[in-house]
Design a protein around this ligand. Structure first.
Ligand code: SPV
Ligand code: MG
Length: 299
């Protein structure tokens, strides 16, 4: 059994809301964990950006899986992998679920857009939806492929992003729950949460609702809880703040030809040594030395 998926289900069952921090590699995922979040979002926007590539179904499944696996290996909290449209049709989704589950990922999220998709918040982005039936087929295939009941398949409804309105969003979310989805991610690009709150008021399903409040950042967790949301994903903020910090640093060095100004604005090397568990290696070296002594190799 995949214990991290077990714990994601458990957190959803026991907590008023599950707080998820976005990450793009093992280090950012580890920071999400250190700062007390419940789970990590391995977002396609952020992972694509770290390859300096568009969030437009350019990277392959293997590349996204590699990034998410690195996170799973270095964290003890569940990893939720943003798998875009599932990398193809139902059989691709089945293959994807097998691979992600084996890698120790707790949940995958697939969205009901056509391949290749574009980022949902891109101005003038192409946001064409797959027919409901075809997305239901993907959920069925994904559900069929998973081994543990605890592994979660999140169905991401893009009807609001595509401008198709609440009724279409409700119709699709209801169909996806019936097909076996374990949670509904209802995405919106409006700058207030009113649209997703209208959705949650009309929603009569039983599986958890998830929000990604990038475009309506002023919403509070209390407001989300009172509107029936069980999970909030802060999807891309670690990436954007990293971009800004690196850009500022490089600008300063380039302008001053010196490191003197930037020294105060960086983490210490000690903090990084701690994060990468450098001292475990030093401890291990001592233990090996002791053993070599016992075995008579070292005096
Ligand atoms: C991501 O983080 O990759 C997402 C969320 O899919 S969003 O960019 O808001 O569409
Ligand atoms: Mg994405």
């Amino acid at each position: 059994m995949n214990s991290s998926s077990n714990s994601l289900r458990k957190k959803l069952a026991e907590q008023s809301i599950v707080k998820v921090g976005g990450a793009f590699d093992a280090m950012s995922a580890k920071l999400v964990e250190i700062h007390g979040f419940d789970a990590v979002w391995a977002g396609s926007f952020a992972i694509s950006a770290t390859h300096a590539l568009p969030d437009a179904s350019i990277l392959t499944m293997t590349e996204f899986l590699h990034a998410a696996s690195n996170m799973a290996e270095s964290c003890n909290i569940p990893i939720i992998a943003d798998c875009d449209t599932g990398f193809g049709g139902p059989s691709n989704v089945g293959h994807m679920v097998k691979k992600y589950e084996k890698a120790g990922i707790a949940a995958v999220s697939i969205e009901d857009k056509v391949f290749p998709k574009q980022n949902s918040l891109l101005e003038d982005g192409t946001q064409e939806l797959l027919p409901e039936k075809d997305f239901v087929a993907k959920i069925i295939a994904g559900k069929d492929a998973k081994i543990s009941n605890d592994f979660m398949i999140i169905a991401r409804v893009e009807a609001l992003i595509a401008g198709l309105g609440i009724d279409e969003a409700i119709k699709r979310a209801t169909a996806y729950e019936k097909a076996g989805a374990d949670a509904i991610l209802i995405h919106s690009k409006k700058n207030t949460p009113q649209e997703i709150f209208e959705f949650s008021k009309k929603w009569e399903g039983n599986i958890p609702l998830i929000s990604i409040p990038t475009s309506y950042p002023n919403v509070t967790t209390d407001e989300l809880i009172s509107n029936n949301f069980k999970m909030v994903i802060y999807a891309n903020h670690t990436l954007r703040v990293s971009y800004l910090a690196m850009s500022k640093l490089l600008e300063d060095i380039s302008k001053t030809n010196s490191l003197s100004k930037v020294e105060q604005e960086m983490s210490s090397m000690e903090e990084i040594f701690q994060l990468q568990e450098m001292y475990n290696i030093k401890k291990q070296e001592k233990e090996i030395e002791e053993n070599l002594k016992k075995l008579g190799y070292v005096k």
